[in-house]
Design a protein. Structure first.
Length: 350
């Protein structure tokens, strides 16, 4: 008997970097700005977070903080193990075998991976030459293929491109499918769709604490949508999906809105610095609305050369061969990255 199900036969493990590094700029993780305070204060697992009990299945206290953070009602929120779980939950709930999931490409790989696992067909619509998204082209494809779900990563990973709100509204009005807007990096941009959830029947917004809040290690993401959709997804969600410790730290972190915005401002300044420096080096860098910059370089084995100096960035292959993504680090890290990049370019000449 063939034990492995057909849909996952050519699936490959999600490989993460285990290379030694001094400066880690490969995964868009933020800085440890909030945890420092939490550690200083000490973690107090009081009666609200009794670890011998199962966690709060509704993540009530966490949702209270998300409510304050984004000005949405707690009944419009589901939280879980990173936005990765939210992506899976949406596909698991709404997409049947053979149905279509649509997205602009290049984009976050998990949309197509989960589609494959659930035997759906993923269709990627190529973005423009400059990685901008032609919304009319996407709408046209949606009309042709009738997707159950359309993923919009905004700002987009890995390109840093931002789609404006009016384009997303146009897409929402022109499709019967669900439009899932993944706003993992929206703190670094403007144009969130969160305040639009009650205006559409088919809109879901995903957010995470992994990037702007610098808490990738606690695996906490959430979705926001109208109550009808939230109720349906709650029927599918695993019980106790979000552990008590992550709920506790999430609450503490979201209380620090000022600190988060201060950090976001610093990242935006540094993004401007890196963008300028890269362009001055005649490296084609794309304007980014996230906490990373996507760029193209003809230097052979640039990734390996940077690794040799202890700097880890993200490289791409196949159609994106020669393209790289570097996370915005702190002031020192960014200057070190630029310094070493300049040295590599100098060495290429000689
Ligand atoms: C990093 C990232 C996420 C976050 O995933 P988590 O599971 O919340 O850590 C989601 N979507 C995109 C596009 C990302 O780049």
């Amino acid at each position: 008997m063939e034990l492995v199900k057909e849909s996952i036969k050519n699936l490959k493990e999600y490989k993460t970097n285990n290379i030694e590094f001094k400066i880690k700029l490969d995964a868009n993780e933020g800085k440890n700005i909030l945890l420092q305070d939490i550690y200083k204060e000490g973690i107090k697992f009081n009666e609200d977070f009794n670890l011998n009990f199962y966690p709060d299945n509704d993540a009530y206290l966490l949702k209270q903080e998300i409510k304050k953070y984004l000005n949405v009602d707690t009944s419009n929120i589901i939280a879980g193990n990173g936005s990765s779980e939210m992506i899976e939950l949406v596909i698991k709930t709404f997409v049947d075998k053979g149905e279509i999931v649509l997205s602009s490409i290049p984009t976050f790989s998990m949309y197509s991976i989960y589609s494959q696992i659930y035997s759906a067909e993923f269709i990627g619509v190529k973005s423009n030459e400059d990685f901008g998204v032609d919304i009319d082209k996407l709408i046209k494809k949606a009309k042709e293929t009738n997707p159950k779900v359309i993923f919009i990563c905004n700002p987009n990973n890995p390109t840093g491109n931002l789609i404006n709100k009016n384009d997303i509204k146009k897409l929402l009005k022109n499709t019967n499918g669900l439009v899932v807007v993944d706003e993992a990096y929206m703190e670094f941009a403007e144009g969130s769709m969160v305040d639009e959830i009650s205006n559409y029947e088919n809109l879901i917004v995903l957010r995470t604490l992994s990037k702007a809040l610098g808490l990738a290690g606690i695996r906490l993401g959430y979705m926001i949508s109208n109550q009808k959709i939230i109720n349906i997804i709650n029927n599918v969600k695993s019980p106790y999906n979000l552990n008590s410790i992550s709920q506790y730290i999430g609450v503490k972190a979201l209380e620090n809105k000022d600190k988060i915005f201060e950090y976001v401002k610093e990242v935006k300044n540094e993004r401007e610095f890196l963008y300028k420096e890269l362009n001055e080096m005649k490296i084609k860098a794309y304007k980014s609305y996230a906490n990373f910059i996507f760029f193209k370089s003809d230097i052979n084995n640039l990734y390996e050369k940077l690794v040799k100096d202890g700097i880890l960035i993200r490289k791409f292959s196949d159609e994106l061969e020669g393209y790289y993504r570097v996370s915005i680090g702190d002031k020192n890290e960014n200057r070190m990255f630029i310094k070493i990049l300049k040295e590599i370019i100098e060495n290429e000449k000689s």
